[in-house]
Design a protein around this ligand. Structure first.
Ligand code: HEC
Length: 311
């Protein structure tokens, strides 16, 4: 029977439910308001970023151009013995003449008189090599080498540092044939040149690659590695005939994890001992189960050869 007290209790319970329900709605409403406020804040954040009020990096805007290093292929400058390199031969002056024709005649003229077509409007005009007077750096071998290596850029003479040392030397040997009275080359000035540009040592320039390209290459490599791992896992799973596959599936509780572990340490591949060492160290973390400890040495050998063939 339901008495009056029960009725009152029911009513109280109903009220509690209504109140609780109201609070429930209240919380839902608060959460909705927070979410809406959050969205509008994020929207404004972008607006700020567009107006450069906050740095682009805070909103993840990476579309702004970033200056990065250019790609430079590593190169080596072969060591050179200046004393023998400056001994004149027809071969060297011919090589120098060819270089002169492709690189220099436009300004210095075909006879080196400083009257090339591109030099007509230049001020100062390109050097006339047949005239001994008025040289900026000087007409000695060491001074001409400096000119070709560093250029006199403020006066319109470019640097030819992109040529090999030997090519610069041959150019100078050729220029020296254009007149009889160039000063003789002395040993001291050769030693100076050698010291200034470490010619007898040779020079190794490392390759350089932009950070962005490097990141892309790394991501690409990672993708390739992942594809390789997926392919191996698929090959193992679909292999129902090979003894090696059968053993592998028996000893590994998680083929993908095992393949990943093996891929991360390629040295296991060298010989069976290395493989056993690798697998028995923390086998669980590499996906190998207790069955691993009960394989026979013959099975181990089959397994090793099978895996070696997969990777
Ligand atoms: C774009 C035009 C131009 C080209 C190309 C050019 N030169 Fe020159 N060169 C000049 C000018 C201009 C001067 C004069 C600079 C000065 O008076 O200081 C000069 C001066 C020189 C000098 C004399 C520097 C001195 O001490 O006065 C030498 C040596 C020289 N050039 C060699 C070369 C050789 C070798 C090449 C080719 C590999 C070459 N130049 C290509 C414009 C050029």
């Amino acid at each position: 029977m339901i008495g009056q007290n029960d009725n009152i209790n029911l009513e109280v319970n109903d009220k509690k439910k209504i109140i609780l329900g109201f609070y429930g709605l209240f919380y839902v409403a608060i959460i909705i308001i927070i979410v809406i406020a959050g969205y509008s804040y994020l929207g404004k954040l972008e607006g700020f970023a567009r107006n450069n009020l906050i740095p682009a990096s805070l909103t993840g805007d990476t579309t702004k151009p970033v200056t990065d290093l250019p790609v430079v292929k590593g190169s080596t400058t072969p060591p050179i013995d200046l004393n023998s390199a400056v001994v004149v031969s027809a071969e060297k002056t011919d090589a120098g003449k060819k270089l002169f024709e492709t690189n220099c005649v436009s300004c210095h003229g075909s006879e080196g008189k400083g009257d090339g077509p591109a030099g007509k409007t230049m001020n100062p005009p390109p050097r006339n090599f047949t005239d001994p007077k008025g040289w900026t750096n000087g007409q000695e071998f060491s001074k001409m080498y400096k000119t070709l290596q560093e250029g006199i850029t403020s006066r319109g003479m470019a640097s030819y540092s992109n040529l090999l040392p030997e090519e610069r030397i041959n150019l100078i040997l050729y220029i020296r044939t254009l007149r009889k009275d160039f000063p003789a080359i002395d040993k001291n000035e050769l030693a100076e040149v050698d010291k200034a540009y470490s010619l007898s040592k040779g020079l190794k320039l490392p390759s350089q690659i932009p950070t962005r390209t490097a990141t892309e290459l790394m991501l690409e490599e990672k993708k390739q590695q992942e594809t390789k791992i997926d392919n191996i896992v698929n090959a193992v799973n679909s292999d129902k005939t090979t003894k090696g596959a059968e053993i592998f599936k028996r000893v590994s509780k998680d083929i993908k994890r095992s393949v990943n572990a093996l891929a991360s340490y390629p040295k296991w591949n060298e010989n069976e001992t290395a493989f056993v060492k690798f697998v028995s160290l923390n086998p669980e973390s590499k996906g190998f189960g207790p069955a691993m400890s009960s394989v026979t040495s013959e099975e181990l050998n089959v397994l090793f050869l099978y895996l070696k063939g997969l990777f």
